[in-house]
Ligand binder design. Sequence first.
Ligand code: MGD
Ligand code: MGD
Ligand code: SF4
Ligand code: MO
Length: 719
Amino acid sequence: MTVHFRTCPLCEATCGLAIETSGDQVISIRGDEEDVFSRGYICPKAYALKELHHDPDRLRAPLIRRDGALVPASWEEAFAEIGRRLPPILAAGGPDAVGVYLGNPTVHNLSLLIYSRALLKVLRTTHVYSASTVDQMPKQVSAGLMFGTPLSIPIPDLDRCDHLLMLGANPFVSNGSLMTVADAPGKLRALRARGGRLIVVDPQRTRTAKEATRHVAIRPGADAHLLFALVHVLFAERLVRVGRLAEHLRPGDVERIEVLSREFVPERVAERCGIDAGTIRELARGLAAATHPVVYGRIGTCTQAFGTLASWLVDVLNVLLGALDAEGGALFTRAAAGSEHARGGDGRGRGLKIGRRKSRVRGAPEVCGELPVACLAEEIETPGAGQIRALITIAGNPVLSTPNGTRLEQALGGLDFMISLDIYLNETTRHADVVLPGLSPLEQSHYDLALRQLAVRNVATYSPPVFAAPEGHPPEWHTLLRLLGVVAGAGGDVAALDALVAGQAAAGGPMPEGRVGPERILDIMLRAGPYPLTLADLEAAPHGIDLGPLEPRLPGALRTPSGKVELAPEPIVDDVARLRADLARTEPPLTLVGRRDLRSNNSWMHNLEVLVKGPERCTLRIHPDDAARLGVSGRARVRSRVGEVELPVEITEDIRPGVVSIPHGWGHDPAGAGMRVAARHAGVSSNLLSDELELDPLSGNAVLCGIPVEVEPVLTVGP
Ligand SMILES: Nc1nc2c(c(=O)[nH]1)N[C@H]1C(S)=C(S)[C@@H](COP(=O)(O)OP(=O)(O)OC[C@H]3O[C@@H](n4cnc5c(=O)[nH]c(N)nc54)[C@H](O)[C@@H]3O)O[C@H]1N2
Ligand SMILES: Nc1nc2c(c(=O)[nH]1)N[C@H]1C(S)=C(S)[C@@H](COP(=O)(O)OP(=O)(O)OC[C@H]3O[C@@H](n4cnc5c(=O)[nH]c(N)nc54)[C@H](O)[C@@H]3O)O[C@H]1N2
Ligand code: SF4
Ligand SMILES: [Mo]
């Protein structure tokens, strides 16, 4: 029996695991008590890594489409097929004939994170799409414009704050997001135990809301209205306390925000928010009265029409409360590797430019080098120069995870060629012509290059693979380099290509000896980072290295052109007119939002019996008043502009009247996909209802909550 210490790669919490193995079997998985970040905390998904590792449906060999059906093939055959079919498409249509979609696990996987970037650099396509535009892009835009880089996101100081206003997040279930924290539930309970207050703003009474001091049930999509009204009250009641932050703010911006906030009087936004003006004033006063207030917003505030405005206003409030860059407030992490702002400077940088180009069909903005994934289907369907003819998907399932899955699925069917890197044959990858399987998480090394940049504490942890890869199965960085080789016409010499990628990463600096692949690049990044660390140091510390609590970092953490916090960035200020116009809008009678549950991970862990057993979870949650008014019980049909679904009804007081909820990531294909357990727990996809034409215009993020829907009963016949 051997015990391996390994960071869990499944969600943003980055918990340390102790994995007991015997031979090639996982015996047990528990929390690593000595992990410097998580101290033994884990959630039920971690145990499922054992099932995931041994899942017979997890792909072990490449698949190639022959006579319409995907059949197992050797790696050489798979690359021969790619070599035969991809270059002519590039030759005929140029780089833009090939699109790439990067799914969420790309962020949790060192090989994929580093080498998919290398592939994109060589491919030079403008058709780059990712799960970011159905997720956090609005926060990256607001943070980039205010502080200088898309990952300059201030993180709530959970251990030291005493008043946390949380909007559109459910960390008791999600375990936290854009806030890397292990044991978010424990930390939120500790906040209350030390006399602090947790205020949750959410249309649903979630598990987090139930643990809060106060729950405010907002109407979907009205967070920017609410937050602006809070700003208004702070100014109107002279509660603004910028204090020591003043010297770090671009001159004139606070005044500009005061002027903008004038019309967002609580009485004027109350109707749209579904929150009375008195409550709004209390929320503002509560923040102002706290010693260590902090505001935090997550996916509910991003996946909506005013996502960038809401994300921006969260940090505007943090500044006006004096909470930005203050202990107990919202601070910038100083990550050991990969962070553009970790090393001290004078605060000046290039800043973030958005909309440098527009999408071909709809004219949607480029953001952070990518286009909105809600535009993907039309870019495949619409003929003309720049049309996508081949698609590469990397660790994603956009058919289930992006709006109007029906249209995207049809579009995939019209491609000339599709390659998918995935560990399962799912609703998306089943359309591929070549499927290239990744390894089990336990067969890969791990370092959270992205998530450690957003952590509530500065920590660095590296985990070597628990098991060796099966004979002949390449790691994914090999696969990506071989693809890169095909695109560049440079052949398949992985070692030579890797040396080129490492050379670029080192940028003329020293090259670590004796390492290859992601380890070499990680070592380069650690050596270039703000701490005196090398990969060898991390290898010697299997429970991680604690680099201390977050500390104030202004102005050194900024990378804006002015060297100051740009509190009122012009593109965002220009968008306020749209919010103003929305005040006059009449709310549709019924709107749809999403939800997560503890044993899910977006679309992809439904093939593991431990996680799907028990009562059906893909249900329509509806308030008793709405259910009675609409006469629904049992099953219901839900219809939107783009589609309809039928699913079981769950009548509950835990949702605001006028709002219904369906979790995303379900809708497993009982036929074509290769996930037998998931097929027995299929559910329906909420993204058959979300509308691909609705975007937050600044970030290109899809609108996934507040979708107007109609609900009607489904009459069931017989017993
Ligand atoms: N309506 C609605 N839609 C949503 C959301 C919502 O709240 N509401 N949430 C959105 C969010 S936040 C996200 S992040 C997206 C997720 O969107 P996606 O990333 O498109 O979808 P996932 O379900 O995460 O699919 C991940 C895929 O990666 C594969 N995979 C896992 N590990 C590996 C690996 O190591 N290598 C490879 N090659 N493949 C791997 C899995 O098998 C799976 O097919 O969904 C979004 N969609
Ligand atoms: N168990 C589990 N954990 C996960 C995931 C998972 O699928 N399952 N996915 C991971 C991923 S990829 C991500 S991005 C994170 C997301 O982490 P969180 O942001 O914490 O996500 P959710 O749990 O979906 O919580 C979002 C909340 O927003 C609310 N909401 C919807 N619309 C609005 C609105 O207009 N305004 C406000 N104020 N609230 C609204 C919803 O009711 C919901 O309770 O979770 C990660 N962790
Ligand atoms: S909370 Fe996230 S990182 Fe921690 S054990 Fe669960 S899935 Fe893994
Ligand atoms: Mo996400």
